[in-house]
Design a protein around this ligand. Sequence first.
Ligand code: SAH
Length: 349
Amino acid sequence: MKTAELIAWLQETDASRLEQLWAEADRVRHANVGDEVHLRGLIEISNYCIRRCAYCGLRVERTELARYRMTPDEVMDSARDAVKFGYGTVVLQAGEDPGWRADEIADLIRCIKCETPLAVTLSLGERTPDEWRLWRAAGADRYLLRFETSNRARYDLIHPVGPQGRPSDRIAMLRELRALDYEIGSGVMIGIPGQTYADLARDLETFRELNLDMIGVGPFIPHPDTPLGQAGHRQDACATTAEQPPANELMTFKMIALARLTCPRANIPSTTALATLNIKEGRELGLQRGANIVMPNVTPLKYRALYEIYPAKACIREDGAHCNFCLRGRLASIGRPVGKGQGSVRRDS
Ligand code: SAH
């Protein structure tokens, strides 16, 4: 699809044309990755963060947020829960937290790989190539690092350089991760203040250029205690001007569907941010418009509300068993079977 065509779809308002887009995305999803929905158990292992990302509620300046770091034993318990619930993968996610030392993460990966049949996905931010190499050698399978927006100037504005002073070139980092033989996942937020339709089209083209194994897109949800969540910006984010794509459900479905059409074989989650906008059926609709993955939370209940990347996140009052039960019911309601095994794109099991 050409850039102009992507932009036209992103700006499409005609309901019957959009029905065609959903149907085509659903057909391509079925033909390329089948009907199975793979479940990835998300463990939010720490909410400490040294970065100052303008959009994120975990940013270091939020001194009023109570911080937690799970112990390795707690993480292992959550991983065992994931096995018990029949998930094939755990995703270890955190703020950028040097308090989880690289060797401790490596030990944890080895423990999970030794004790369970789980694939291990890491989502730990911008760590060093040496750390990524260590973790890959310890058995980690995949790495998630969203580039957030392909508009470099906008990205630099919302994602200041870290305390190490290393330039934050996430696209280059994804290439490094690929070279280390990780399956790589990335994605963007939709409706960031100042973002344009052309930016979103460029995001989709970048997904294809990077040949991503996983693509996660979700609406930007303003957090009032962050620079981007302040009133002036918030208005921007919600207004639909000729140039500013709204941070809403419809725009997210369009991005999911177009990601499916541009990267037919990728794993594409229907995200929690989507469920946060529409708890009733946001995730289900995502799965019917191109997505094939869901990431049920297995973080211990007592930590969930503290992993506050944005406010009123879906599923923070439920425990892992409840999330499992709830999601299986939702998948059954739309006639989609739960995937077996690790649900890998490149090395299927
Ligand atoms: N520290 C890790 C994990 C961050 S949380 C990292 O930087 O990769 C995972 C994702 O949540 C981020 O990549 C971002 O896309 C998303 N996110 C953060 N704040 C958000 C917000 N206010 N609204 C929507 N998504 C947000």
